[in-house]
Design a protein around this ligand. Sequence first.
Ligand code: SAH
Length: 278
Amino acid sequence: MTHSHRDITELLAAHGLAPRRAFGQNFVSDPNTVRRIARMANVNATDHVVEIGAGLGSLTLALAETGARITAIEIDHGIAPVLRDVVKDLPNVSVVVGDALELDWNEIIPPGSSAVVVANLPYNVATPLVADLLDAIPQISRFVVMVQKEVALRLASSVGSSDYGAISVKVAYWATARVLGDVPPSVFIPRPKVTSSIIEITRRETPAVGPHIAPQQLFKVIRTGFGQRRKMLRRSLAAIATPENFENAGVSPESRPEELNVEQWGRLATEIQKNHRP
Ligand code: SAH
């Protein structure tokens, strides 16, 4: 069973709850949408699924039907008891009340095991969440998440696209990403102003750039470059990069940040790093 439009309005009314904008609460009230996401997640009884922002359990119920073991995380102490009640008869679902940005993820997904994140992500924290989890929690092998369409385009875009930015390079460093489909505002209570997209992010076995540069060093150079998006890199990186760095990396000093793929950023950052070596 999944929640209908009426189930959501009744659950909210019965508990005296109203959707809270501060927590990015837009509840899915359409069984077809949550089943579609569960299908796209492509998980089964052998998988551990972590759902971030489970809300009233719309997606949780559809995910539980796959047989996967589900850890459902929810920040809102008002919603959490309702969620617990919704899933109380499902032995494969456990609820964790807490802030996904602050949780001890190694407790949720013990190192050595792996999990798939499937979620209708709270839109206000979607980008930092995906970025932090890619950086810090290698046990997450894949994400199938719904986010604002423009965020999905940024996460999944490649070099040359107008959506391509520092976050796209970070995703490309750790993973491959693709947009799986769009979801209209009409399936949510309340209706958001924007279209949503479902995106799949699959972690690479090894990062796209070789072992000679630490990710945080690389990302710092990338952020500096994109900080002045319209400038040529020889200007925006003037304080850290020499002409020889560009030459050795095989990157034109006249290029702009959106023209470099992750491998080119990797070569450039590796050269820049050598400046600090004796
Ligand atoms: N998955 C549900 C709810 C989506 S709304 C559905 O599809 O209907 C997003 C949910 O994320 C809300 O329930 C909100 O309270 C929760 N949330 C917001 N910020 C969070 C955070 N930092 N950590 C965990 N949950 C969060």
